[in-house]
Design a protein around this ligand. Structure first.
Ligand code: CP
Length: 332
């Protein structure tokens, strides 16, 4: 079976028969780095999604010359499973040389500053730095001191642009569109870079995005910029086609912003009872890592008819391939 690899066609997820693969070109970006979704032009978002979808349709080996002469450094100052591995896989599938630097094995532990680390790494002339950091703005700061292109792999509470791109691709491949969908992003909004990046991206592509959260975990700033806020879970997810759950990020909390885990699950955890308020056939997402029984019931998370969580992880690789290729300015 040959499928159309074109996101704009609204055919994704419907497994069209006997249709031709249309190669989508590499995305061209107006900026050197990918530091966030905020301010990214919509045509560039669509170009990245189209290219990622194209990669997702292809075999793993097809693209091993695109970044053949490039070096990618993955620098993770904070823990990661999904993002780190998928950036490494993505870079390797494009033929790049990849080095992983984790903070536990680096000179940061000896007191080196971020800028000293950046200039040291820059002296080795990498082409792309993929950076995760616990401080918002760290990838931006780094980008101002290196020659390499920088991709933000998640910085503090600020943004996680490649997560939002892979989430958008997952929705498009599942429902064929984003525009007009009601999407509830639920949980610890204030501490979530995923919520911020998705808010910018999904709103830009025409979705009706709302936040559902305890009032202690969502700033009035978001309603000031036009995002509806619900503090009642059943009202908030009412009629939504996508329910995206977030982890309680206790590592970023300063006090008692959240009730006990048991109480939180009762009020804001997604279970079958609350899910009945969403649209019929509503789909569930979670960026991971998940706290089962805290923000989501295990049975829902593992329900293959409702949960897109595994697809999100799978599409992370193709999405990051599109991003790496775009910042490298390289194509076949
Ligand atoms: N979604 C996400 O960023 O997961 P990791 O922290 O495992 O990379």
């Amino acid at each position: 079976m040959i499928k159309i690899a074109c996101i704009q066609s609204n055919l994704m997820g419907k497994e069209p028969q006997n249709e031709k693969i249309i190669p989508m070109p590499a995305a061209t970006l107006s900026k050197k780095h990918i530091l966030g979704i905020e301010g990214m032009p919509i045509p560039e978002i669509n170009a990245l999604l189209d290219r990622a979808n194209y990669f997702a349709e292809q075999s793993k080996e097809t693209f091993s010359t695109i970044l053949a002469n490039k070096t990618v450094l993955n620098i993770f100052f904070e823990n990661s499973t999904r993002t780190k591995v998928s950036f490494e896989l993505a870079a390797k599938r494009l033929g790049a040389s990849v080095l992983n630097i984790s903070v536990s094995g680096s000179s940061v532990k000896k007191g080196e500053t971020l800028i000293d680390t950046a200039t040291t790494l820059n002296a080795m002339q990498p082409d792309i730095l993929v950076v995760r950091h616990h401080s918002s703005g760290a990838p931006l700061l780094l980008s101002q001191h290196v020659d390499a292109a920088v991709i933000n792999a998640g910085d503090g509470r600020h943004e996680h642009p490649t997560q939002a791109l892979l989430d958008a691709l997952t929705i498009k491949r599942s429902l064929g569109r984003i525009s007009g969908l009601k999407i509830a992003i639920c949980g610890d909004i204030n501490n979530s870079r995923v919520a911020r990046s998705n808010m910018y991206l999904l709103s830009a592509l025409g979705a009706d995005v709302r936040f559902v959260s305890p009032s202690t975990l969502v700033s009035p700033f978001f309603s000031d910029i036009g995002i509806p806020i619900y503090t009642d879970m059943e009202q908030g997810i009412s009629e939504c086609e996508i329910v995206m759950m977030l982890r309680l990020q206790t590592e970023r909390m300063e006090g008692r912003e959240a009730p006990s885990k048991h109480e939180y699950f009762n009020l804001f955890g997604l279970d079958h009872h609350k899910l009945q308020k969403a649209a019929p056939n509503a789909l569930i997402m979670h960026p991971g890592p998940m706290n089962r029984g805290v923000e989501i019931d295990s049975k829902i998370a593992d329900d293959n008819n409702k949960s897109l969580i595994r697809m999100q992880v799978e599409l992370g690789v193709a999405t990051r391939m599109a991003c790496l290729e775009a910042v490298a300015g390289e194509t076949l």
